[in-house]
Design a protein around this ligand. Structure first.
Ligand code: NI
Length: 263
């Protein structure tokens, strides 16, 4: 069975058919969902926590997306401190740095990400991380802040990975897993399949990032967790392994990082 390690089930795109969407995914062989709290307004975190509380297939994360960093204030801090302590919340995030869109100032993004990393350390929780942008280099800055704040005491996952092989290898050494999205299936993958092929399956995960990033064949449409198998099948072909084995290993990786057995 597949595990969607990163989906935005709280998105308004699913308001009319959220339950049916999860059932479709189950029929497609997806039995577990990590519902990301951030990315759809800081208040969206509460909805992810509620979804996880109501459905045994769903676990939640709580955090501040780099796009939302400028909205993070004392009120938001108090709200997130309360939410992160709730049952079935398994990670901080998604948090990180995005110097591609730069929706929040760089200094604000850095400060908010540092605080999120410190939260991961103090709560002994993993983090799910968004990183994008080459100039200035978000990847190097992210790893610096993470290592300073967590002191290597917690692990994380770089979600929707689109960076270089060299950086992925450095990140794995620093305790990260690497998660691939539908971008891995795109005709123009910008070399991403070569990166995925060269990395050890023991550190990889798959995700949809739904409702965004629908895989090849569905591009332009709403993405949904049922499509995570399409990402996994590409990864299986690259590693010349049966899809079932890739499903088992990537799901196990997520269960280990997010400690789903204890949640
Ligand atoms: Ni996301």
């Amino acid at each position: 069975m597949w595990l969607d390690s990163h989906c935005h089930l709280v998105a308004g795109e699913f308001d009319l058919d959220r339950a049916a969407t999860l059932d479709r995914a189950c029929k497609a062989g997806v039995d577990t969902f990590i519902a990301i709290g951030s990315g759809y307004g800081i208040a969206g975190n509460a909805r992810a926590v509620e979804l996880a509380a109501a459905d045994p297939r769903v676990f939640a994360t709580v955090g501040v997306h780099p796009h939302e960093a400028k909205e993070f204030d004392d009120e938001a801090r108090t709200l997130l401190e309360e939410l992160i302590a709730r049952p079935r919340v398994v990670a901080v995030g998604e948090c990180g740095l995005d110097y591609h869109y730069m929706n929040s100032d760089r200094e604000v993004q850095r400060a908010v990400f540092a605080e999120q990393a410190a939260t991961a350390r103090s709560r002994k929780m993993p983090a799910t991380i968004h990183v994008r942008g080459d100039e200035p280099n978000a990847f190097d800055e992210l790893l610096d802040i993470w290592q300073t704040e967590t002191r290597g005491e917690v692990e994380g996952v770089l979600h929707c990975y689109t960076g270089t092989l060299e950086f992925a290898q450095r990140a794995i050494e620093a305790g990260f897993y690497i998660s691939f999205s539908g971008i891995l299936t795109f005709k123009n993958d910008r070399g991403l399949r070569e990166v995925a092929k060269a990395l050890p399956l023991e550190r990889l995960m798959v995700e949809t990032d739904a409702p965004l990033l629908a895989p090849q064949g569905f591009r332009g449409k709403r993405n949904e967790p049922a499509h995570v198998a399409l990402v996994g099948e590409v990864l299986a072909a690259l590693h010349e392994m049966p899809a079932e084995e890739v499903a088992r290993t990537t799901s196990e990786n997520a269960r280990t990082l997010f400690r789903l057995g204890d949640a």
